[in-house]
Write a protein that binds this ligand. Sequence first.
Ligand code: FPP
Length: 239
Amino acid sequence: MMENNEEYRLPEHIAIILDGNGRWAASKGRPRSYGHIVGCDNLEKMCNVIGDRGIRYLTVYAFSTENWKRSQEEVRVLMDLFRRYLKRIMKTARRRNMRVRFLGDPAGLAPDIQESIRQLEESTKDYDSMFFQIALNYGSRDEIVRAVTKLADDARSGKLPEGRVTEEVFASYLDTADIPDPDLLIRTSGEQRLSNFLLWQLAYTEFYFTPVPWPAFGIKELEDAIAAYNGRDRRFGGV
Ligand code: FPP
């Protein structure tokens, strides 16, 4: 196996755009909500697989600032799914010593979901074997605008670290402050675009696109993605 080769590198941080729940369900003659339920179960499974594989950071795009444009019924189903998932995930977090953080603007979410987020972040803040980030009501441009707004406030009141803006200072205002940039981005279900996900953080990330929809993305697909990541020369220094 390639893994015995010293050269085989595991990404430290994988980011995933979870796509294709609806199309997967439709291909089975089932409603879109069924795709989301299976997608949610798969996220729980794959979070464990990725942790067992020794990958310490996992970031997923669960709900974008654009997703509010979906039908009221679909948004309701997704929010109910998040509610249940946020309760379930605490157990996994404890078992895996996994810190859970949210990216995005919680203010746009229902008060009970905001409270679950607050509790989860607070009760897992000292866990440090694995780091799981869930982007919920997230848009990268919105994140950047929120960061700049806060940075401008701090500049006005003289609170800017080092008194000037560097890349590091700017990054510390993003929702991903203290989280290393992803090494590998996976997008499932065939689309090849970023859809406003982590525009700043993905500057040097390897991209992997697969036609497999998220509910069908399993261990083999993960291994294929890691193998592809290994098959490429990583180039830094702007080449
Ligand atoms: C993309 O499929 C998926 C979503 C918009 C929602 C992602 C949500 C989950 C996987 C549920 C679990 C996540 C958490 C954090 C509980 P799509 O609806 O865009 O599929 P389509 O492109 O085929 O229409």
